[in-house]
Design a protein around this ligand. Structure first.
Ligand code: HEM
Length: 150
């Protein structure tokens, strides 16, 4: 297993900075039923949460090993899109299915739970209130059987 070193975590951080916020312009107007999207701070807030999430992953020795070969820019873009869509925002998820993406990773239940903890840490860092966090987690929960033990 490759342990996260300070230089690899610096690479994570540098990658985030280089990517910038060019996804912000992707979604301009929000349709009705977007209360959760608004409470997450819209595209700007979701982008910040996703960047915090990638940062948290970068410091978790066990979870980050799954991402050693990952195109982080793509992961960032697709995760933002997914959160935007499930929260009622004006985005359509254009990534691969959760089963396709996570097959052959053998993600355990404990790893799944840990990853959710990292997302919670990311939302805490963004100052998202816990009831709002719970709404997003409830909307992502149906992905669980598509991700673990694949
Ligand atoms: C709520 C749970 C999760 C959600 C909503 C989620 C969502 C996503 C999304 C949207 C992508 C990008 C798909 C694409 O590129 O088309 C992705 C990729 C990925 N996910 Fe997850 N994921 C979750 C849990 C996990 C867990 C628990 C792990 C491992 C511990 C994991 C590891 C990965 C990796 C390594 C990739 C990149 C795959 C690649 O390199 O092509 N994910 N995930």
């Amino acid at each position: 297993m490759k342990i996260m070193t300070s230089s690899t975590s610096a690479t994570f951080t540098a990658a985030l900075i280089l990517m910038g916020n060019f996804f912000l312009s992707a979604c301009q107007t929000a349709p009705a039923g977007d209360a959760l999207y608004q409470e997450l701070g819209g595209m700007e807030g979701i982008t910040e949460i996703t960047d915090n999430f990638i940062y948290e992953i970068g410091f978790d020795e066990n979870i980050v090993r799954h991402f050693q070969e990952t195109n982080l820019e793509r992961f960032r873009e697709k995760f933002i899109e997914q959160v935007c869509e499930v929260s009622g925002g004006p985005c359509s998820y254009s990534g691969d299915s959760m089963v396709e993406v996570h097959t052959n990773m053998n993600v355990t239940e404990a790893e799944f739970n840990r990853t959710v903890d990292l997302l919670v840490a990311a939302m805490n860092r963004s100052g998202i209130p816990h009831p709002v966090q719970n709404q997003l987690l409830a909307r992502l929960a149906p992905t669980r059987p598509d991700i673990i033990y694949k």
